[in-house]
Write a protein of this length. Structure first.
Length: 132
């Protein structure tokens, strides 16, 4: 599942309105990564059968960011990790600096984020409800 959007076939289901239908890739084309992650988190909460609240969303976002960061770091060279550390030492690590380092690295961040979502989803859904 995750953000793998598949072409919707006509199942005969009538949607209450435009907002009730499932999102497609075209719907998500203009979203930022952060917006896509929040959609992903909402889906996880729903899939787990929980009632979402701001604290749960923030916790899942923090946990996903750490999970994704680890997956991303595994793909970077020692030199690229050093560039990130150096920038953060001088409070110069903003999103444009990080984006440039990642672009220079040639790492396929879209593939990594998708794999991170798949892995995080599996891990989260297997946790006991008490750990949600």
């Amino acid at each position: 599942k995750g953000l793998h959007m598949q072409e919707q076939t006509n199942t005969g289901r009538e949607y209450l309105n435009e907002d009730d239908r499932p999102l497609t890739e075209a719907d998500m084309a203009g979203f930022t990564n952060n917006q896509l992650i929040m959609i992903f988190i909402e889906g996880l909460i729903e899939e787990k059968g929980l009632t979402g609240n701001d604290r749960l969303r923030a916790d899942l976002k923090r946990r996903f960011d750490l999970f994704y960061g680890m997956k991303l770091a595994q793909q970077l060279s020692a030199e690229e990790k050093e560039r990130i550390q150096e920038a953060s030492r001088f409070d110069a690590l903003n999103s444009s600096v990080l984006t440039q380092i990642l672009e220079d690295s040639g790492v396929d961040t879209e593939n990594i984020i998708q794999k991170a979502m798949d892995g995080f989803r599996m891990q989260y859904l297997q946790e006991g409800v008490q750990n949600a």
